[in-house]
Design a protein around this ligand. Sequence first.
Ligand code: FUL
Length: 478
Amino acid sequence: MKKTAVLLLLLSSLIWSTFAAGPPAPYGPVPSERQLRWHELEFYGFIHFTINTFTNKEWGYGDEPPRLFNPTDFDAQSIATLAREAGMKGLILTCKHHDGFCLWPSAYTEHSIAASPWKEGQGDMVREFADACRNAGILFGVYLSPWDRNHAEYGRPAYVQYYRNQLRELLTGYGDIFEVWFDGANGGDGWYGGARETRSITEAYYGWDDTFALVRELQPQAVIFSHLGDIRWVGNESGHAGDPCWATFTPQDKEDGKLLGKGMRDGTRWQPAEVDVSIRPGWFYHKRENSRIRTPGNLMNLYFQSVGRGASLLLNLPPDRRGRIHERDEQSLLTFGNRLKKLYAHNLADGATAAASNVRGGDERFGAAAVLDPSKDSYWCGDDDCLTPELILELPEVRTFDVVSIREYPPLGQRVDSWALDARQDGEWMEFASGTSIGSRRLWRGKAVTTDGVRLRITGAAACPAITELSLYRLAGL
Ligand code: FUL
């Protein structure tokens, strides 16, 4: 090759690398790797099972004799398989609730399953659940109540050590744990080794920093659900996130339900919300609630009000005294799960072509087509100074949809402040939906609309939007 040709080649690659668009800078707090993985889960289950199931209580006092714990037909596998069938990505088990009874044979207490008649004291329910989840191909997580109404030392330093010892047992003996759930319900009256008194503690008592460090050391990939953890409480137990529900938050000294539900646009941390709610009125199984199980339609509402707002849905399924999920709960859950499966089976944006008002540096890598491909790593993005771009999907034919799913690209932070979606009707754009936050996921359910074109308008953003998905579905009639 001639010298000039080489020079020209070098020059053009230099110009290309100078002017080719790079990805935009992240805006505000961004998720950690473990939070990013957690965002993908969206829907998983809670299992509340302990001695309360046999005493018909929600909060045991701590003096219940372990001999009461005796499920007659316990089957972790059927529960884990049901969870998977319903679309759950994992299960979190109450290994120890406030009453202090342990579902595994802890070396640090006699108040455990080892003193129960179940499997003549030889059983380990944490192990059975952990194994069953793995067999079913779903994740396993643990709940270990910080408040322990059984323990004599609760409220004193010795208990904190006991708590960490137990956590170590759970985090080292049962394989990978995807989430560790630290309950905020704390202190009050209890048995406390026979003292039968009221003990109140301060926030500083538990020394959370050291406990969190233990989780990071033993299960670095696990997310921590806690006031100061990776995932925040949504502020209610009735099954809904706020609207908007920003993933960003600044933990407050005093928990405020509304604030937790909505998050904080200018929050200092990426701390997305988890919506914990039970399929029945109580967290534990009570026969008297057998006629008060959430219907499939109600579960769908919960789904749209949680996952649809960028939070996760943690749905509680309480095993009954057999150690099984009651048939009615199972029916309702499976009907809901099947509907969800059918909903996502057909993305009505498939086969569409996408065009945007602005593409970053005119570079195809950031082009509109990214909202249609299933990859979570590609996104449509405009130039830094373009905060209100638009994107049009031309559908291959006239189609009817009533659900829209939009996702921002979370590694770049929450950038969009408001958006609207239009459907073309007789050549005119008609607004179908409008909202504020998008974040990791925004689902919108509206009145069915029949159209061959859809337009997404970003109407406000703090930084050029990065959108990884725009999908259309039909729920009605499923
Ligand atoms: C609360 C507890 O007091 C309930 O019993 C239940 O475990 C729920 C998930 O968290 O704080």
